[in-house]
Design a protein around this ligand. Structure first.
Ligand code: SAM
Length: 317
């Protein structure tokens, strides 16, 4: 999401913000910040503007100023659309959030949905769905697979033929609309993996607990941080002895990031990486036994390979 796309409600402030962006594009971050600050004098309540100012200050190397601007953005952005708390954590000004604001992740993927598959498959060599399916294939077929964070349905493409019924859940309505176009899922629904079971959207009278034989989450945990909540949702979805397959970005291969509570790390990409020991302990705490893992490259990012760990775990019976 580009915050500058949101209007301030003041025509002159919007025009100044447009010029500020042009200055940024021309490489003059300090001048861009200066002009953006002038725009914000006219529209001091404009959360998107404060967020943009924070980004300009960051580019200009003015960290303290960036922190102040991001704080103002956070104060004015109650739903958390811009993810300012993540920026503040990366700048060392606030603790790392256990989970990013759901509104931020939802907006990110709503905006990304149209370009997602072209970007990931054609440009970024994304391989999690195929590799994760290789891990689960020896245990197929599955009467019911629940695909968490199903996105546009790339894991669905792999697992549909091995599943009697396939359900997909995601935070982003636009990603779900793309998944629906594939015609592979018998049920698609909006759900939030960072919410408690009752309000997650995963359960209702027609969608009871303990219904799934396989729960998958391909390339989703990096948008969650703390994994306890998602693991307990997976446990609530699964039948006894059911399988849980998911991927994380491998913290052991991450060069730069912020250590929250030892175990998960916020990276400059604004995605979280997870430590293997933390994942193992969280799985054990949620009642799972690991039956297979795969350490592998999962996609490219900014010209470099991103490494992940794929886990296959069984719920104790
Ligand atoms: C990188 S995409 C992966 C999509 C799909 N699993 C795949 O492999 O192509 C991550 C997906 O996770 C979803 N997601 C992130 N956080 C979520 C949350 N808290 N609850 C539900 N879905 C979430 C996003 O909306 C997005 O569609």
């Amino acid at each position: 999401m580009t915050p500058i796309q949101f209007s301030s409600g003041d025509v002159i402030a919007d025009r100044r913000a447009d010029y500020a962006r042009m200055l940024m594009e021309a490489g003059d971050a300090a001048a861009a910040a200066d002009l953006m600050a002038q725009a914000l004098e006219l529209a001091p309540g404009w959360a998107a503007g404060w967020f943009q100012l924070g980004a300009f200050f960051e580019k200009a190397g003015l960290k303290d100023e960036a922190v102040k601007a991001y704080r103002r953005a956070a104060e004015r952005d109650e739903p958390g659309l811009f993810g300012a708390p993540l920026k503040l954590a990366l700048l060392g000004a606030e603790p790392t959030p256990e989970t990013p604001p759901s509104a931020y992740v939802e907006g990110l993927f709503d905006d990304y949905a149209d370009r997602f598959e072209t970007a990931l498959i054609e440009k970024l060599n994304y391989s999690v769905p195929e590799k994760l399916f290789r891990l689960v294939r020896p245990h197929a077929p599955f009467a019911l697979t629940v695909d968490l964070g199903c996105g546009t349905g790339l894991f669905g493409v792999e697992v549909a033929a091995a599943s009697g019924r396939l359900e997909g859940f995601d935070l982003s309505a636009n990603m779900l609309a793309k998944a629906a176009e594939k015609g592979l899922y018998q049920h698609l629904g909006q759900a939030d993996l960072s919410a408690p079971a009752e309000s997650s959207g995963l359960f209702c009278a027609n969608l009871p607990k303990h219904r799934a034989d396989l729960v998958s989450a391909a390339d989703v945990m990096m948008y969650l941080g703390s994994l306890e909540g998602a693991f307990s949702l997976a446990r609530d979805l699964l039948k006894p002895q059911g399988l849980f397959a998911f991927s994380v970005e491998d913290a052991a291969t991450v060069e730069e990031g912020v250590d929250a509570k030892a175990g998960f790390f916020l990276q400059p990409s604004l995605r979280y990486a997870h430590g293997e020991a933390y994942v193992e302990q969280s799985l054990a705490d949620a009642g799972f036994t690991i039956i297979d893992t795969l350490k592998t490259d999962i996609r490219m990012d900014a010209g470099k390979a991103v490494f992940g760990i794929l886990f296959l775990a069984r719920l104790k019976g």
